[in-house]
Design a binder for this molecule. Structure first.
Ligand code: HH2
Length: 275
């Protein structure tokens, strides 16, 4: 387990900063570098422990972005923020991960779980996330015999490969919404301890995702439309809290201030807290 993350009294809050035109919640808001940097600074003041900078949306059906464009989006933002907060780079491209670490990122957050060699080379921490399929097809009828067991097996193999490659700080992420139905996401949250027991810090990202819109609209098991992202705040906070209570070492969120309060509360209500 990672010393700096586990010594802290509370789970960590990773603030999401998408420097993209098309991310499903904050797309277009922070495409301008000055706005992105200002939002990063705001998240720091709201209690973010990590700011996760991304230059390519992973939402279902998102258009791929060339490495040059992704670099143009993220590098100035990382350079501006890395002196003040731990910055992670949310990418699946080796060249972007490398340049981001040079620019000050301490962690490679990789939804494809394939950049362990870059993390090893650069000395960065590494998040391996589970996903089934690609953004183009991942939500087309995903099926598992036992989603938690499959995700745990996959992440255990990723961790073994990453440590074997020389990564010194490995994090695991169940990949909420990446090739999973609403029921799959809920099972992963309910049985998160089975992932925590693998012995690596676990990161969970539920923020504003569509299963929360389904819960808000009462359509979890139906064909009805999910409630829009603006109506998923309560579910985001509640699901992040469930994840933290069930052992997540960090949660990846858009709503930093509220989640930081929840994280503090979770930290102070852990059994080991002295009277
Ligand atoms: N979710 C998204 C992106 N990156 N990384 C990790 N480790 N875990 C996640 O659950 C995760 C992630 C998708 O959310 P977002 O960045 O808000 O949207 P988009 O991909 O449209 O930019």
């Amino acid at each position: 387990m990672t010393a700096w993350a586990t010594e802290l009294a509370r789970p960590l809050v990773m603030g999401i900063l998408n420097v993209t035109p098309d991310s499903f919640f904050d797309g277009g808001r922070y495409l301008d570098h000055q706005r992105a940097i200002a939002r990063g600074r705001q998240m720091i003041s709201e209690g973010a422990d990590i700011v996760d900078v991304g230059g390519e949306s992973t939402r279902p059906g998102a258009a791929p972005v060339a490495a040059e464009e992704e670099l143009r989006r993220v590098i100035p933002v990382i350079e501006a923020l890395a002196g003040d907060v731990r910055v992670s780079i949310d990418t699946t491209k080796p060249a972007v991960a490398r340049r981001a670490v040079e620019a000050g990122a301490f962690m490679v957050n990789d939804v494809s779980a394939s950049l362990d060699h870059v993390a090893a080379e650069t000395g960065a921490a590494f998040v391996a996330m589970h996903r089934k399929g690609t953004p183009a097809d991942m939500q087309a009828d995903p099926r598992y015999d036992d989603v938690v067991a499959e995700v745990a097996d996959y992440l255990a193999a990723c961790a073994t490969r990453a440590t074997g490659a020389g990564v010194t700080e490995v994090w695991l992420d169940p990949g909420i919404g990446f090739g999973k139905t609403g029921r799959h996401n809920l099972q992963l949250l309910a049985r998160l301890s089975e992932l925590v027991e693998l012995g690596y810090p676990v990161l969970v990202g539920t923020s504003r995702k569509s299963f929360l819109g389904r819960i808000a609209a009462g359509t979890l098991d139906t064909e009805g439309s999910p409630a829009p992202t603006e109506q998923r705040y309560e579910g985001s906070l509640a699901s992040a809290t469930v994840a933290m209570v069930n052992g997540a070492a960090a949660v990846r969120v858009h709503d930093v201030a509220a989640t930081a309060q929840a994280a503090t509360l979770v930290g102070w209500t852990r059994p080991a807290v002295p009277a």
